[in-house]
Write a new protein. Sequence first.
Lengths: 592, 304
Amino acid sequence: MKRLGLSTGFAVTALVAAMSTANVAQAGVTDEDILNDHMTTDDVVSNGLGVQGQRFSPLAKLNTKNVQELRPVWSFSFGGEKQRGQESQPLVKDGVMYVTGSYSRVFAIDVKTGEEIWEYNARLPDGIMPCCDVINRGVALYDDLVIFGTLDAKLVALNKDTGKTVWKKTVSDYQEGYSLTAAPLIVKGKVITGVSGGEFGVVGKVEAYDAKTGDLVWTRPTVEGHMGYVYKDGKKVENGISGGKPGQTWPGDLWKTGGAATWLGGYYDPDTDSIFIGTGNPAPWNSHMRPGDNLFSSSRLAIDPDDGKIKWHFQTTPHDGWDFDGVNELISFDYKEGGKTVKAAATADRNGFFYVLNRENGDFIRGFPFVDKVSWAKGLDKNGRPIYIEENRPGNPAAAEKGSTVVAQPSFLGGKNWMPMAYSQDTGYFYVPSNEWAMDIWNEPVNYKKGAAYLGAGFTIHPTNDEYIGVLRAIDPKSGKEVWRYENYAPLWGGVLATAGNLVFTGNPEGYLMAFDAKSGEMVYKFNTGSGIVGSPITWEMDGEQYVSVVSGWGGAVPLWGGEVAKRVKHLNQGGSVWTFKLPASAEMASK
Amino acid sequence: MMRWSDLPALLAFCLLLVGGQAQARLYDDVVASGYVRVGVYRDFPPYSYLKDGKPAGVDVELGQAIADELGVDLQLHWITPDETLEDDLRNSVWKGHYLDKDEENPLALRNVADVMLRVPYDRDYAYKRDSLGLLINERVVMMSPYHQERWQLAFDSEKLESVRTLAKFQYHPIGVEIDSLPAFYLTSALQGRMRDNTHHYNNPRLAFDAMKQGKVSAVMAMRSEIDWLLNEEGGERYRRAENGFPDMGKQAWDIGIAVGEGDRDVGYAVETVFDRMIRDGSMAALFARYGLTYEKPSLYLATH
């Protein structure tokens, strides 16, 4: 809890209690609430506005005709010194917003007034060195619990009314290089979580915990050769080795430390009863050390939510040599073809290709580049496997000389990074926040680590255009065509939201919350929030009015990277706040 | 994930002005404060580690020698290593770690070391430039070399008669520290012929334990680490190998210190102590107490 004076804290809590009794709905969040989240407009109880993660709201009160009347109603500051990288998506339930800030903080806010109800600050261990910055991407709600992951790799469940800890479980040892930054997913009463961690030989995994008690239900490693387990009556029972056995797609013992961290979490498709989750790049980063496909790195996995078994996998970058994590979200959607409904799922990968898969079995349907240029592969074969251009694979640093420089496009930050795209059920398009940048990569023999000589790779990222890096694209998953694009000077790093009001929302590092006409791409609204937006917007309705909220606070991975990209973002100021907007009922009436 | 952590110096400089950053203490402030803060790596024998709960190791003792010279107390600044030395220099010498914040006292400076030990002394490294042509490490000064380090193999004499070339490891298992140069080298040099026999461990001690359990026949690590492990083990069974490391870029390198760019006087004081210890033999004697071979930095070899 924030260090409020006791009396103030008590007064606030008492006020909330009073308000709560006045409100009708006070039941905890149920599995049904979560499964229906994409259809219910008065709350947002899941990351992705629905378990499939389409980020599509059926709300149409706010639309292209009246969006100019959208106005801020409150702004809430996270406070303190900790203003670094706000990548959260807020949730809203029964008049309360639950949102995370960087450095493992959670806030409960009264959505009517923007006043704080409670605040939770995780006590992080001294000397912690989280691998992946200090960001957090949001909470999950279940029953009367608010559940989130901390930088020291713990899952914490808080009481939604008081912010007091109900249970806390260690998912992995932070001292071994693990961390948690993704929003947890709730499936059938279980909290599903991955792990973050890039170096030090971590092995990715997906785990399910009983949402009410925090008890571990199953664990599934994401590198070939590691045993999965289910827990029955407190007993750990073997549940099959991932991939069957070790050593099929890895040399030597490298599978033991193979990476493939599941750091972005996943989504759930009730139609096929599958969790879809992506995996990071293989370790070590030098691909010449590990000939083979290195399963299940840089892949999308379909996982059985009951016991964690891998139903199918689709590897976007086999034998990755460019740091193309395969964590980007796989979004379920249906489309009609020849009178038949295709149960598909789509993903826009770091590697610059957009993939449409059959979500029942993982079969490749089609794929195409969604960025302007892909330098490392000629295309995809009929199974979706990249056709490599071998001379564009970064060289082997164990060769003593400084090797020649390889230009890789997209850069390792990806044609698209973590920021989630949206799918509009109305237009049938995906709205993909992407970036146009390349990297030079070369071997660097003069390097040191912990007092020892070390072989590094040097690399620098540069924009491929003077006018823009970021491109928000409307992509037709059936034709592979880009329908429209919006170009942004700085890289795009925030999530997207589509609505039935023919609107597409996203934010940019320059600080603007922007809305576009979903069909034409015309920008129809913008508002500067005062710091860069790298979070994901939401919308819901309350008292007959439509609201939009987004977190503002520049940070994340982009400012950590130097070279030419840093020039475009170095003037941007950090921050940490939630902005909430609404369309007043009067403005909605006037537009009719 | 790979990381590109070289903030251009200009950006770095701007950040430094924002406040809440660390500032290296000047020589007079160090002496007046009554302590010197010496940066050493955590859990890193034989250089710096805890033995029975007490700090021990060559670098810890050198920290004491620095404190004695300055007439102040020694305060150890334990460093959790980041991905590369550049990160460590940023976190521990010139800027401080971004998580090191004092909630109660937000204007307090972040903790950094007055002197960091075990920093390579290498002109090419010290003057390395980024893609914009700016010096990467311009906020620190690397000086006062005190030791030369190199790679070394130890083997189990009950498994192998001798190790004169690395060809043996096409047939026999060998243990290395994960994400180290030996790991790179053994999995990718010589057309990868040793790759399948390379076993990865979190540190050389665990690799050595695996050798004692018969899981690997040899271990490759820094010479001081190997010397210390062999010395702790005692006996004749585990021995130093005589092989070379063909096609390896850097076979030996000098180790020195780093101080903040504006704070060279503390560095000169350290240089005075270390130079005396190297010349009067007490540096070699200190290494010998831990069972380590001592090799002078190349600067001294050239002038003798």
